[in-house]
Design a protein around this ligand. Structure first.
Ligand code: UD1
Length: 318
């Protein structure tokens, strides 16, 4: 694709944490941006600064007619809308299935019928579960451990099948524990980094579920935006799955130590029981994305954490 061509993108879940960063990047590149979001977990304030520059459909992806309207004339779909969180899916598997599976099926059907060029689907590292490998590569057999993981993996399978059966180009990007500005710290289902930052900025002890030695491939959001857009335009990758991550391994205790260092504090964690359906270690092999998408993460964990902390500091003092 020539760099200066303008396209129309639909971002499902564009008011969410990752989606809103995707919106910013596409606008910066001069594209037309549409967002469909029902604001169940997305936030108006994430789009407030670009509200005049995008077309917003305040509807759910569980409504097929809303998707048809949003998708007319769209070139590319970035399908990020989802009901995230492993514990939320354990508490309410039916809602997880409705939004993450039926919602995805609706997106694919609408994209097929609208003649969209490519759909990029935000998959999840949770698909791997506790599969026994130091780095999770795309060729490993998935072992989902939670309803959330099952639902996100089912969405992937629908993508692959739509490519094979209907010729709709789809690419799956499996995200690994993304973090950064705008991630909601206040829900019981919030991710660990914003929760810990919010607690520690108030001088409170972060609550560690388990021994804190579980590890994640914490990935700064700018890397994920970059990887997703590469997957949107790379040639000959329809029907494929790519890990998008940093490729690193950080335990929760190491993350807390980094936060203490950046904050100049010595706050000790509080330990509670481990979470049902939790994965012990999750680290990506990103060779396939490097080779086929020319993906290279630009922001390392420490730099990403510093940028994120700076953002919350400002947001929490407003
Ligand atoms: C999982 C997926 C991730 C996906 C996310 C969506 C894996 C490996 N990762 O994240 O790709 O984007 O779901 O929701 O499956 N924890 C605490 N204290 C807290 C909160 C969490 O100790 O207050 C612990 C959890 O028990 C877990 C770790 O921190 O061990 C990470 O939890 P969380 O941030 O919720 O993400 P995952 O479940 O790993």
């Amino acid at each position: 694709m020539p760099q200066n061509e303008r396209h129309t993108y639909l971002i499902t879940g564009g008011a969410g944490f990752i989606g809103s960063h995707m919106v910013d990047e596409l606008l910066a590149r001069g594209h037309h941006v549409r967002v469909i979001d029902n604001f169940s977990t997305g936030k108006r304030e994430n789009l407030a600064h670009v509200r005049e520059r995008i077309t917003l459909y305040e509807r759910s992806i569980t409504e097929r007619a809303a998707l048809d309207a949003a998708m007319a004339g769209v070139d590319y779909v970035l399908h990020l809308a989802a009901l995230a969180s492993v514990p939320r899916s354990v508490a309410d598997p039916l809602s997880s299935n409705e939004h993450n599976v039926t919602g995805t099926l609706n997106v694919l059907l609408a994209a097929r019928d609208a003649g969209v060029r490519r759909v990029v689907y935000a998959g999840s590292s949770s698909a791997y579960g506790n599969v026994d490998a130091p780095r999770k590569s795309e060729d490993l057999c998935p072992q989902p451990l939670s309803p959330y993981a099952v639902a996100k993996l089912t969405g992937e399978q629908y993508c692959r099948v739509f490519t094979h059966v209907y010729g709709l180009e789809t690419v799956v990007v499996r995200y690994f524990n993304v973090f950064g500005p705008r991630q909601d710290p206040s829900s019981p289902y919030s991710a660990v980094i914003p929760k810990f930052i919010a607690a520690m900025l108030r001088g409170q002890s972060p609550t560690v579920e388990g021994d804190g030695l579980q590890s994640r491939d914490f990935t700064y959001v700018a890397n994920v935006v970059q990887g997703t857009l590469l997957a949107c335009h790379a040639p000959n990758v329809a029907g494929e799955v790519f890990n998008i991550a940093l490729g690193g391994q950080i335990t929760l205790l190491e993350m807390i130590a980094s936060l203490n260092e950046l904050l100049g504090t010595q706050i000790a964690p509080t330990f509670v029981a481990p979470r049902p359906g939790d994965v012990r270690h999750s680290r990506a092999d990103i060779r396939k994305a490097r080779e086929r998408l020319s993906y290279t993460p630009q922001v390392d964990f420490r730099e990403g954490l510093a940028r994120t902390l700076a953002w919350y500091r400002e947001a929490m003092t407003e």
